[in-house]
Design a binder for this molecule. Structure first.
Ligand code: CP
Length: 324
């Protein structure tokens, strides 16, 4: 399966078969790293990493991943470039596409980020990889899927996942994680229940696409407005916060809306609603004892560190296949 030169901006840019191919390589690379075996699939290749927004895991995993593949990753902050002085997306694609073998971008600004990535990709001969925009977080979702497959020994068909909103006080988090999940999971036979308070809706076009995928794949797809109802009898509690970005663009108004739902916390009562062997997932960073109880985040049912580790392996597989 030749995936060289392919962009990965939306989760659906790779077919189900291509996604499976990526995951097979991810497990091979994970095993090689754990065994100390060399896997320099990208010798002399260089990835540009352009971050318009802060990151712990995404930066660390892409940068370490490139080094482990025998290449190099260049960390570039827009404020240290000439972007604010006029470099356009087209120029960036044209120029960085000639310098680099891949261009990874994180740009989460509402109504701006996804178009920015697509405009760079349009002009670039090198693949563009989405390190999170306001619509999708595909590399996070790949790691999530990989983790679910590991947790359930590959038997994820028919498993039910709660993609639940949870309260946070830190900032209005993007809606890209839940949106990627509801697009990706139905293709793998998983039932999805989205739970959120009124006002915290996801993009209608993404919900429509997700419903169509669920119908096509014969999987369940529900939207509810109660956290306990959403998490009842599920196999995965994926509870995280996101801002009411479809309702208001105003940070203060959004924060006031969030503050009305501080009871939406992934705590032991919520985990008790789920199946006995259910796991708790979160992409991190999490607001401890606000978004999720520390006892859940660090408890036996939490797989958040396995999930974070899998960012490394999944992204290495994407880079090796698209930049090789
Ligand atoms: N989950 C995730 O994308 O983490 P960072 O924001 O730290 O990169």
């Amino acid at each position: 399966m030749d995936m060289r030169g392919r962009d990965y901006i939306s989760d659906l840019d790779f077919s189900k078969e291509e996604t499976e191919h990526v995951l097979e390589l991810a497990w091979e690379l994970k095993s090689k790293r754990n065994s100390g075996l060399e896997h320099a699939l990208l010798k002399n290749k260089v990835l540009a990493m352009l971050f318009f927004f802060s990151s712990t895991r995404t930066r660390g995993s892409f940068e370490a991943g490139m080094a482990q593949l025998g290449g190099h990753a260049a960390f570039i902050e827009p404020k240290t470039t000439q972007i604010s002085h006029g470099d356009t997306e087209m120029e960036l694609g044209q120029i960085y596409g000639r310098y680099f073998d891949g261009i990874a971008i994180r740009h989460c600004d509402w109504g701006v980020g996804n178009k920015y990535l697509r405009d760079v990709a349009e002009a670039s001969i090198a693949p563009v990889l989405n390190m999170q925009c306001e619509v999708y977080h595909p590399h996070q979702c790949l790691a999530d899927l990989m983790t679910m497959m590991e947790v359930f020994n590959g038997d994820i068909k028919g498993k039910r996942v709660a993609v639940s909103w949870a309260y946070a006080s830190s900032y209005l988090k993007p809606i890209s994680c839940p949106q990627s999940l509801i697009l990706q999971l139905p293709r793998f036979g998983m039932d999805v229940v989205v739970a959120h308070p009124t006002g915290f809706e996801l993009m209608p076009e993404i919900l429509g696409e997700a419903r169509d995928l669920a119908n096509k794949n014969g999987t369940g797809f529900d939207v509810v407005h109660d956290m306990e109802e959403g998490c009842a009898n599920v196999d995965v509690v994926y509870a995280k916060s996101w801002g009411p970005l479809m309702t208001t663009a105003d940070d203060e108004e959004g924060k006031a809306m969030q503050d009305q739902h501080s009871d939406w916390i992934a705590n032991e009562n919520i985990m008790a609603m789920a199946n006995d062997d259910a796991v708790y997932m979160h992409p991190l960073p999490a607001d401890r004892d606000i978004e999720v109880a520390k006892s859940v985040l660090e408890g036996n049912q939490s797989v958040v560190f396995q999930q974070a580790e899998n960012r490394l392996h999944a992204q290495k597989a994407v880079m090796a296949l698209t930049m090789g």
